[in-house]
Design a protein around this ligand. Structure first.
Ligand code: ADP
Ligand code: MG
Length: 386
């Protein structure tokens, strides 16, 4: 059996220092270049799982490939522990890689696929046949495919194939595990199951892991910390809940959470926050100005005397939650979506909160964020109920 936290990736922090990657423009006539990764600074703590998160094209894969050595940085340095690995080729970095497409050798069995990286070891790293078999068996057991060792990849489900790919990445006992959208090819149920599996493996082995995804829920659910990227630049780094509860800008606020945060045009005037003509909250410590107001779906409470009125559209029951869908002329989302917890399911109070087609809410202050209109940065303001 594997010794907990002993055999894999012991104490391997990964330091990214001013890491930058520029690609020449694909259009030869143009001189503009793509800054895929822009001055990335982060010390990935050893033994943690980091979710690298952002929309397609924001530089996630490039960042991962810089860490793996598949891509050379334009500027900046990478350290594994205290060692500067910036100039090292991928095969000398002690990494395990898993990609979206499992990339198994179709003509080899599961066992042969897992053995493959070991058979290429040379010199002092060379292993005896017996040692190789033992390591392959351990890796297979870790990802729970030890029953499937004699099968060919085509005889496996997508989830099983991805486990084989993980076992193959783990068999050399890498110091760092790098996963690039490893669940994107799986159907919804397998995706959920396999992500739990990756979390378990990571916690058992304590291997420092970077997990790339564009799926915020996926990143939030398995990461110790998330890094949110946009256009090559890091926007925010923190524990998932921390980032959700305290986004630094409008982009991060909008990127995290399902259903998404509701954004309104609003203004601060005389210590009050207005959306349209209605003063919805009290605000301290900031001068009058126009703002964007973000309200998390769980930030609304039905209240017949509430300060904020929206035009009721419909009430949806979604599993455990009840969703009140409405409209407001200052809302930038298509609809205003309020999630009302179901402790009050029998009577969520919708009837008394609606008059003449207008549903009234009060807003929960810590679920409301204010952003500057120009920079879209979060405004540090004291917000409280009126
Ligand atoms: P993500 O993985 O977040 O979708 P990528 O890291 O693949 O994003 O890409 C970031 C940016 O760099 C994109 O604009 C992409 O088009 C560009 N890019 C990536 N690889 C290359 C390359 N080899 N040559 C030119 N541009 C590239
Ligand atoms: Mg990518």
């Amino acid at each position: 059996m594997l010794q907990r936290g002993e055999r894999y990736g012991n104490g391997m922090k990964v330091v990214l220092q001013n890491l930058t990657k520029k690609f020449p423009s694909r259009d030869r006539k143009k001189r503009d270049e793509v800054i895929a990764v822009d001055n990335f600074n982060f010390e990935i703590p050893d033994g943690k799982l980091i979710g690298l998160l952002g929309p397609s094209g924001c530089g996630k894969s490039t960042t991962l490939n810089l860490i793996s050595g598949l891509v050379k940085p334009t500027a900046g340095r990478i350290f594994f522990g205290e060692d500067d690995v910036t100039g090292l080729p991928p095969e000398n970095r002690g990494i395990g890689l898993v990609f979206q497409n499992y990339a198994l050798y179709p003509h080899l069995t599961v066992r042969q696929n897992i053995l493959f990286p070991l058979q290429n070891l040379k010199g002092k790293d060379k292993l005896s046949k017996e040692e190789m078999m033992k390591k392959a068996a351990e890796a297979a057991k870790l990802v729970q495919i030890d029953e499937l060792m004699e099968r060919k990849p085509r005889e496996l489900s997508g989830g099983q194939q991805q486990r084989v790919a993980i076992a193959r990445a783990m068999v050399k006992m890498p110091k760092v595990l790098l996963l690039d959208e490893p669940l994107s090819n799986l159907d919804a149920r397998l995706r959920l199951q396999t992500r739990e599996e990756i979390r378990r493996i990571q916690q058992e082995t304590k291997i420092t892991t970077v997990f790339v995804t564009h799926d915020q829920e996926e990143a939030m659910s398995i990461s110790d910390m998330i890094v949110v990227m946009k256009e090559g630049a890091v926007q925010q780094i923190g524990q998932p809940q921390e980032v959700y509860d305290s986004p630094v800008n409008l982009f991060v606020a909008k990127f995290l959470g399902t259903p998404p945060i509701n954004i309104f045009k609003g203004k601060i005037g005389g210590g009050r926050l207005y959306i349209g003509d209605e003063a919805v909250l009290a605000v301290g410590g900031v001068p009058d100005r126009n703002v964007y107001v973000g309200v998390r779906p769980e930030g609304f409470m039905l209240n017949e005397n509430g300060p904020f009125g929206c035009q009721l559209n419909r009430v949806e029951v979604m599993g455990r939650d009840i969703s009140v869908v409405s409209m407001h002329k200052e809302c930038l989302n298509e609809v205003v979506r309020a999630i009302i917890g179901t402790e009050t399911k029998a009577d969520i109070g919708i009837d008394s909160a609606v008059k003449g087609g207008i549903v009234r809410f009060s807003l929960i202050p810590h679920k409301v964020f204010l952003f500057e209109r120009e920079t879209e940065k979060r405004i540090d303001a004291e917000v409280c109920s009126l």
